[in-house]
Design a protein around this ligand. Sequence first.
Ligand SMILES: NC(=O)c1ccc[n+]([C@@H]2O[C@H](COP(=O)([O-])OP(=O)(O)OC[C@H]3O[C@@H](n4cnc5c(N)ncnc54)[C@H](OP(=O)(O)O)[C@@H]3O)[C@@H](O)[C@H]2O)c1
Length: 300
Amino acid sequence: MARKLLVIGASGLLGSKLMAQAGRTYDAVGTFNPEVDGKDLWRLESLDIGSKEEVDSLFRQTSPEVVILTAAMTNVDACERDQLVANRVNASGPSMVARACKTAGARLVHVSTDYVFDGRKTRRYLESDVPRPISVYGSSKLAGERSVLSAYPAAAVARTAVLYGWNPIEGKENFVTWALKKLRAGEKVTMFSDQHISPTFADDLASALLGIAETGASGVLHASGPDCLDRVECGKLIAEVFGLDKGLVVPVRSDSLSLPARRPAYSCLDVSKVENLLNRKMMTFEAGLRQMKEQEGGRR
Ligand SMILES: NC(=O)c1ccc[n+]([C@@H]2O[C@H](COP(=O)([O-])OP(=O)(O)OC[C@H]3O[C@@H](n4cnc5c(N)ncnc54)[C@H](OP(=O)(O)O)[C@@H]3O)[C@@H](O)[C@H]2O)c1
């Protein structure tokens, strides 16, 4: 019989990819946040992750054997404006899920972020580097990591970075779909020249997370794309792969915009540990973009 998988945050970009891929191996149930309407994709249960009652009742109803926790308050500037909610969703919620997993004896893979680092390094961050978040989002996610591992040391925490891919929910954008829309409309796209990132193809990460769940790995793992690119390089590659005008990509410095939350200037991750664990390479940005282009052909 197929094992029971619970994807918490299945209506998000990463969660939707997990649901799409898990169906082949698992009996999968996903959750969405009841405050948002219009979810008719898979078998989705409503969940407010900040409510212990709802978390416990979800575990009673679904009896999961494997849990992948992708739900989060991911809007970095919104977190800066509402620290209370950010901590409730990104720290308290994961802690309650970890406790429920421990009680149920379920395998847990929790997803975290490169934004736990301050960005002062100039070489890829290792799992052993000390996190020093510079935003509420980063602090709340770090508190989530710590509370998950202290409640349930057998859990795995996968830190990822800048996710992209086709989102199944209309109106939700990520940095690649946003840039593509603008480039296709012949509009200029401003990109930060002083932020180095490891863009991560959500489809590839979903398969890596299912792989991590299958291993008995515990503790922190870095699971992102393998590249380390500034955002202008990213923008130019998007234009190149999709046959659009690279000249529309306009470099700006991040301090030219006054955003509520600070972002690390350098948050590239070293992914060799996860690549060794899974015995495969994480997908490069160029390969991920090419796969998006093929997928788009199939969707038309
Ligand atoms: N996006 C990135 O670039 C990035 C970078 C590094 C790390 N990460 C991490 O990767 C994970 C997945 O990111 P993503 O981009 O797929 O996220 P996303 O598209 O923003 O989806 C977030 C998910 O969390 C759910 N959620 C939000 N508030 C909730 C609440 N109070 N209770 C229950 N569920 C709630 C959302 O439900 P609704 O859709 O119903 O609101 C959605 O299913 C997150 O843990 C994030 O921190 C993301």
